[in-house]
Design a binder for this molecule. Structure first.
Ligand code: FES
Ligand SMILES: [Fe+2]
Length: 436
């Protein structure tokens, strides 16, 4: 830190231009947001990123005199305290590290908002002329290591690179993987080849997979894919403008729904979350949660044979580096929906997402109709678009691996397990590399 520069006051915005919408600013090379928590109230300042998952607070909004983070709804007051973590429930107490660390001083003087990043003995100077305001600096990177899309260990893994149906017999396709271009070709007998040569090419689950170097092979089981009681629907692949790690974190995160998906399925009154049970497994983990929810789609509810409120189990299965299976089953009816999220780390700032929906109405029930499947696929496309938009605003180079760079609460157990699994994956990749 440049002590000489930060122990000073910096003009950051015209006071008249700061209202109840957060404004990103810079002072002494550090990024902050300034905002009024009440119309015409005093200006307060926050760090540029939320302490929880580092989402930029410039994307937040003001509600009831608090700044609300858009990702999981954590609330911050003007004294630099986190006053609410919705997943902890109304009586939950935010951990002390959840308090955001803003600048030392904020003053509104001479028509300008001034920030002092560090303790400063005097007040803001009276400017002789219009003071020069520095543009807001880039959002800060985490202090510790991040898992990005070019992590060397990723060479020692299987990655999806195309839907099988995207490569016809006699056809070819160029794909990006780990910052490199690969040329795929399919012979007329159906065999897939790749240039430059890779350690492995195979087709599974309707996808073509590549392993650039000898892979650490961890099976990824999807029993539903071969079960005739399930109907499958693929979403068109989409591209996320960011690394795969934070996107996988979002897919595993049960607490962003009420906020990131507020326009689709989010229920603002259902934010409290029972922490999941995490079970370590080779190459990853599963996490399990059970909840009581309404199941209006059960035909037995209409006849009165079963109650509307039923037990639903959600199981997340993660296999490194970026294979996820999310299964929701109604335990009383056997109806189940599985979502597969399979991620292709293309470049530092690009990830291709393959999503498959597998639906069963339960034993003894007819298969889901094409119209029903089309509706469900359309809904999943909207949800995926909301998740991808959240990645656009995150603006981070990878998933932070040092627990001190973020704040974890009990509902984040799956996210903590993801970070640990990726650390172990990196270590296994190093061993594989050394043995090669
Ligand atoms: S509440 Fe801000 S990132 Fe989760
Ligand atoms: Fe989501």
């Amino acid at each position: 830190m440049d002590e000489g520069r930060t122990r000073d006051w910096y003009p950051v915005a015209r006071a008249a231009e700061v209202g109840t919408t957060p404004v990103p600013v810079g002072a002494g090379g550090s990024a902050y947001v300034v905002v009024r928590l009440r119309p015409h109230g005093e200006v307060v300042a926050f760090p540029a990123r939320c302490p929880h998952r580092l989402v930029p607070l410039a994307a937040g909004h003001v509600e009831d005199g608090r700044l609300v983070c858009p990702a999981h709804g954590w609330r911050f007051d003007g004294d630099g305290r986190c006053t609410q973590v919705p997943s902890l429930g109304p009586d939950g107490c935010p951990p002390p590290r959840a308090d955001p660390r803003g600048p030392w001083g904020v003053e509104e003087r001479h028509g300008w908002v001034w920030l002092a990043p560090e303790p400063t003995p005097t007040g803001p100077p009276r400017p002789g002329a219009e003071p020069a305001v520095a543009p807001a600096p880039p959002l800060p990177a985490p202090d510790g290591p991040v898992f990005d899309n070019l992590a060397p260990a990723l060479a020692h893994a299987w990655h999806p690179v195309a839907l099988s149906r995207e490569l016809r017999p006699g056809g070819w396709s160029q794909v990006r993987l780990l910052g490199c271009t690969c040329n795929l070709a399919r012979d007329h007998d159906g065999t897939v080849t790749v240039e430059p040569a890779a350690a492995g090419v195979r087709e599974r689950l309707g996808l073509i997979w590549l392993a650039p170097a000898e892979p650490v092979d961890v099976p990824f089981e999807v029993p539903e894919a071969a079960d005739r009681r399930y109907v499958a629907g693929w979403l068109p692949p989409v591209r996320s403008p960011g690394p795969a790690g934070p996107l996988a974190d979002t897919f595993l995160d049960a607490t962003h729904g009420p906020f990131v998906h507020a326009a689709t399925i989010g229920t603002p009154d259902r934010t409290e979350m029972t922490p999941p049970r995490v079970i370590a497994e080779p190459g990853g983990f599963s996490s399990v949660q059970e909840q009581w929810v309404d199941n209006p789609l059960d035909p037995e509810v209409a006849t009165g044979a079963r109650p509307l409120r039923q037990r639903r189990r959600t199981t997340y299965t993660f296999r490194a580096p970026f294979r996820l299976r999310l299964r929701q089953e109604f335990l009383d009816t056997g109806a189940a929906t599985t979502l597969l999220y399979l991620l292709q780390p293309e470049d530092l700032d690009s990830t291709r997402v393959y999503t498959c929906l597998l639906v069963s109405a339960g034993p003894g029930q007819p298969l889901p109709t094409p119209a029903w499947m089309a509706e469900q696929v359309a809904l999943q496309r909207r949800l995926l678009a909301e998740d991808v938009r959240s990645q656009e605003t995150l603006a981070i180079s990878g998933l932070p691996l040092d627990p001190r760079d973020e704040v974890h609460v009990p509902a984040d157990r799956s996210g903590v397990a993801l970070r640990q699994a990726l650390c172990e994956f990196m270590a296994a990749g190093r061993r594989q590399h050394a043995a090669a």
